[in-house]
Design a protein around this ligand. Structure first.
Ligand code: PA5
Length: 468
């Protein structure tokens, strides 16, 4: 048997399953093929012209050597802490949850590397609790500050706090041992700091936006430090690269996925629910939320027309959210496309214990594998959704391995690129993120944003007439 594969299954969006009103007819599917196919070639050409740099990440042999060298140097530490946010954190979290055991941080026996913490917020309680815990362990802790710019308020604040702590506790000259920076090669605030202090460092590649950067040193270092086979991860991405470069619509899972998503969006199903039936895959759905939302939520199209497009990505978890969301998913508005993530073979399993004698009605569960139960829950829920004419896609992992996670990441990145072309928008910018960032700096007293601070004033305080 070859490598475990990631497979894309789309029958349950077709008319033959859902009927004419909610299903895709053969004629519509063939129109989708005609519309989408030229974009595959266009994307391949853009890539050749160096305009889609994330597509080359699976082949960065030199970079992988650098990542592994630094990982080897630091992996003897007890705690590895990523300071980053958004695209500089979500991929790291997703890889860790998918590829390391649930109790990784708690159980030494289940760990192949240091504990991993990814601090992607500036919540004072969270930070205080963490700092209190790490305080006595600083000499056994390495901090990986990840920021292309170095000016991101959240990451910069965490970083400054941690550096001050290290300086006070261990002395200024220890900073170099405790910090690894991942940042722009040439410019930016963190590059300046890195060069000044002589931190070990890795590059955030040019032209790769944060949400497309998980397969660069941004996501690779923490993965390698925690024992994840990053070469296999990239090999999986390279394998998927072959599939998503295929110019025939029907052979290209990214093209078919993007086309189906676009089809439903333009017909009022503008919510896209990703529902993994595996705890390990849950943070991939979080990673996907950012990828989909920041890439496709745009006010203007490429011709400058106001369009205000963008499917709303929603994360759910099977079986947990069957007991929270499925009532709405089945009987609420039929405005959603579901993407279920399924695992065929779980890498370990549990046999369900025997039923108490007084409860023979539970015998049906007893002695079965839990993997069988969760997969029956998935099939059962999918059947129930289809019964109510809700379209469902499935991404099936033969097995969850670094290789299949690499395949999945690359599949959804390429899907996003093609979906962006169908929406005729700029997939790679995020202009709407900036105003909130600038407003924060204005409120924090930055002189550069004094004018903006004035504009914010009426909104900065609650109007007592409206407080109940
Ligand atoms: O996708 C993006 O571009 C963002 O989520 C960024 O990754 C995030 O804002 C962090 O930016 P930086 O790496 O400059 O700190």
């Amino acid at each position: 048997m070859g490598n475990p594969q990631v497979k894309f299954y789309y029958k349950n969006v077709m008319e033959e399953v859902l009927g004419k009103e909610h299903g895709i007819t053969k004629a519509q599917f063939s129109e989708l093929a005609t519309k989408t196919e030229p974009f595959i070639t266009e994307l391949n050409n853009q890539r050749k012209a160096g305009k889609v740099r994330y597509r080359d990440l699976p082949y960065q042999t030199e970079t992988v050597k650098q990542v592994k060298a630094i990982a080897d140097e630091v992996k003897g530490c007890e705690n590895f802490v990523v300071l980053g946010i958004g695209g500089s954190a979500l991929g790291n979290i997703a890889l860790q949850t998918a590829l390391n055991p649930y109790m990784y941080n708690i159980d030494d026996k289940q760990r192949k590397g240091p504990r991993l913490f990814v601090l992607d917020n500036v919540d004072p309680l969270q930070m205080k609790s963490f700092l209190d815990w790490i305080d006595g362990r600083l000499d056994k802790t390495v901090f990986n500050v990840v920021s292309k710019s170095g000016r991101t308020a959240e990451t910069a604040s965490q970083f400054m706090t941690v550096c001050e702590m290290i300086e006070k506790k261990l002395g200024k000259n220890k900073l170099k041992d405790q910090v690894v920076a991942t940042t722009d090669l040439k410019s930016g605030t963190l590059r300046k700091i890195t060069d000044t202090y002589g931190f070990r460092n890795l590059e955030v590649p040019d032209g790769v936006g944060g949400r497309f950067s998980v397969l660069s040193p941004v996501g690779l270092l923490s993965a390698a430090v925690c024992g994840i086979d990053i070469s296999d991860l990239l090999a999986g991405a390279a394998e998927m690269d072959k599939k998503v470069s295929k110019t025939v619509f029907l052979e290209n899972p990214a093209a078919v996925n993007a086309a189906i998503n676009w089809h439903y969006y333009t017909r009022g199903k503008n919510i896209s629910v990703m529902m993994p039936y595996s705890y390990g895959l849950k943070d991939l759905a979080d990673w996907y939320r950012q990828l989909w939302a920041e890439s496709l939520g745009k006010a203007k199209d490429l011709n400058g027309n106001e369009v205000f497009v963008g499917p709303t990505p929603v994360k759910a978890l099977g079986a947990t959210d069957q007991h929270s969301q499925v009532q709405l998913y089945r009987e609420g508005p039929n405005d959603k496309l579901f993407t279920l993530l399924a695992v065929d073979e779980f890498s370990s399993d549990v046999t369900i214990g025997k039923a108490p004698q007084v409860a023979p009605e539970l015998d049906i569960l007893s002695g079965n594998k839990m993997s069988k139960l969760i997969n029956c829950e998935r099939t059962g829920t999918e059947y129930a959704l289809l019964f109510n004419k809700r379209p469902c896609l499935t991404v099936l992992f033969d097995k969850v391995t670094p290789n299949t996670i690499g395949q999945f990441i690359y599949l959804f990145e390429a899907t996003t690129s093609i979906a962006g072309m169908l929406f005729n928008i700029n997939t790679y910018d995020q202009p709407a993120v900036e105003l909130g960032k600038d407003a924060t700096l204005a409120l924090m007293g930055s002189k550069d944003y004094a004018e903006l601070a004035e504009k914010i004033k009426p909104f900065a305080q609650m109007d007592s007439n409206f407080i109940i």
